[in-house]
Ligand binder design. Structure first.
Ligand SMILES: Cc1cc2nc3c(=O)[nH]c(=O)nc-3n(C[C@H](O)[C@H](O)[C@H](O)COP(=O)(O)OP(=O)(O)OC[C@H]3O[C@@H](n4cnc5c(N)ncnc54)[C@H](O)[C@@H]3O)c2cc1C
Length: 361
């Protein structure tokens, strides 16, 4: 006899998305979080939701496109249920074109987009954009209307409340130290469910390592900052490795570092100051806006880089929602639906490179 239909391990954006999707289907759900909800990579400030370029189309690009296209209505529903704001906004994205070759590619993508993005969103080549200095964009800029943003910590809060209102039982400060089919263990005891979803971010990989006999993933630290800068309805900006993400409420995020090694997962240092200075130098609109917050977290990267989703070999009824890496927010709700299919006893026609088996090859 199980305590719940589904146990989710981890209270970041992926664990909450899985719990919400399962609860919506009428399953009883418990979510076990080692510390506080959103204490991992999902509690940050950046929150870009951006597409792949519309060319060389494949199943992964289709999955990501479908997720990005449906994110707006998903987050509107969550926010309506929770009464909170995730900060979702489909603001688009602008990037400079820096070579003649990239101009040709951009023009080809502007044609491809009708087919791959189903005529619902545009990818346009423009002469310039007021927020991108002309010396940086000698061949113009690309503008897409599919990209969006949310404020990560607010999205987590909104989804957590929507989960609770949907009947998900959330247990904080309950670290899971072991799993087997139908059971999760910790120093608090054990709990039983027909299906177990592991969504533990970077720390969660060790739960899989023990069963799969290898290092299933690692973490890449990132540091980012929130500036008191009101760019109003401006799109996301990306140039020279720097992201600028305008948020609601007169604030703008800039990021990020990508650090394969680090001493502490949540400390900020001079590498972040360098990113902030570079952002100010590239985008004059940031001016000398004050830094309101400095933040660091660790992105969960599966061993072969792509998300690692679905059934875990050798563990019947245990499923992975791991490896969000750099695209966690854009596809979170779609990952939730996939895992709810599996946890409900069904299947999902996943892109091959997203399966746990592919990661183990
Ligand atoms: C600086 C920075 C900028 C980023 N920018 C973007 C961006 O612009 N767009 C984007 O899409 N993504 C971005 N990301 C990545 C994004 O934050 C992650 O992809 C996403 O948050 C991962 O979500 P998750 O739920 O898988 O993991 P997490 O948010 O890390 O959640 C995992 C949770 O599981 C808990 N946990 C771990 N082990 C256990 C256990 N044994 N028992 C119980 N609980 C456990 C942890 O405490 C944690 O709360 C960025 C990341 C960083 C660091």
């Amino acid at each position: 006899m199980s305590d719940w239909d589904v146990i989710v391990v981890g209270g970041g954006i992926w664990g909450l998305s899985c719990a919400y999707a399962c609860a919506k289907r009428g399953q009883t759900v418990a979510l076990f979080e080692a510390g506080k909800i959103g204490q991992g990579a999902s509690g940050g400030v950046v929150g870009a939701m951006s597409p792949n370029v519309p060319e060389s189309w494949n199943a992964m690009k289709q999955f990501q496109f479908d997720a990005l296209a449906s994110a707006e209505s998903f987050w509107a529903t969550v926010d309506a249920k929770s009464g909170l704001r995730s900060g979702y906004g489909r603001i688009g994205r602008v990037m400079p074109i820096t070579s003649a070759r990239d101009l040709v590619l951009g023009q080809e993508r502007a044609v491809n987009v009708d087919k791959f993005w189903q005529g619902r969103f545009q990818w346009t080549v423009l002469d310039s954009h007021p927020l991108i200095p002309e010396p940086l964009s000698p061949y113009g800029v690309t503008h897409d209307t599919l990209s969006a943003r949310m404020y990560p910590a607010h999205a987590v809060a909104s989804l957590a409340r929507a989960c609770r209102l949907s009947g998900v039982e959330i247990f904080e400060n309950r670290s899971v130290t072991g799993i087997s089919s139908g059971i999760v263990y910790g120093d608090w005891g054990e709990a039983f469910a027909s299906a177990i979803i592991i969504a533990g971010g970077t720390d969660g990989f060790t739960l899989l390592d023990a069963h799969l006999g290898c290092v299933t993933g690692t973490g890449v630290k990132g540091q980012a900052a929130l500036l008191g800068c009101d760019l109003q309805d401006a799109p996301q900006l990306y140039a020279d490795g720097v992201y600028v993400i305008p948020h609601e409420g007169g604030v703008t995020a800039v990021g990020s570092t990508a650090e394969k090694t680090w001493d502490a997962p949540d400390t900020v240092d001079e590498k972040l100051e360098a990113v902030i200075e570079r952002a100010r130098a590239i985008f004059p609109a940031l001016g000398d806006a004050p830094v309101l917050k400095r933040w660091a977290g660790v992105r969960p990267k599966a061993r072969r880089r792509y998300p690692m989703l679905g059934p875990v070999p050798t563990l019947n009824g245990v499923f992975s929602a791991m490896g969000a890496y750099t695209i966690g927010f854009g596809i979170a709700h779609a990952v939730g639906e996939v895992l709810a299919d599996f946890a409900g006893g069904g299947t999902y026609d996943l892109p091959k490179n997203y399966s746990v088996n592919w990661h183990m090859e």
